[in-house]
Design a protein. Sequence first.
Length: 197
Amino acid sequence: MQSTKSPNTIAGAWTALACGVAIMTMLSVPAAAQANVFQLSSPAFADNGLLAKKNAGRNPANPNCVGDNVSPPLAWSNPPAGTRSYAIILHDQEGRNGLGVVHWLAYGIDASVTSLPEGAGDGQFKGLTGGKNILGQGTYFGPCPPKTQGPHHYVFTIIATDLEPTALEPGLTMPQLLEAIGSHAKAATGLIGRFGH
């Protein structure tokens, strides 16, 4: 039995196949090009890994705060073109029964900086401006999840902006910081650290 397909139909099928292969190739590129993506990491814990006890908060008045209040080291790479400064937010959305807890706001970090050492959130580190955490302080305040709950997920987010490092005043709350960054945000990436008792 002779084929009833016309040359045009066969050509169309080959074109569709070629397009399909091209699309599949394009879809596989992002996995291979991860090295060029704006990324945040820490030498102290893997993404979705456990934070060390020293990274937990320290507050004698709160029995859930069992740590030393030491911020973990952070490193980032491949920021978007035009980045002038960075802002870092550490937020626990599960905290306060889902109302959220802001543990750290740090901004005005110069674009030339690609990492922060352990303990940089103590308020003494030069080169970053502190915003207000849950206690109204401009420093890092580590996790203090209730002992009756499982590990919380603490999201470290770094935002690349086109703002000059000195553009924002100290002591901003998270809503104020996000509003001030607004259209100046160029890209963001995150990292999750878990902590529980």
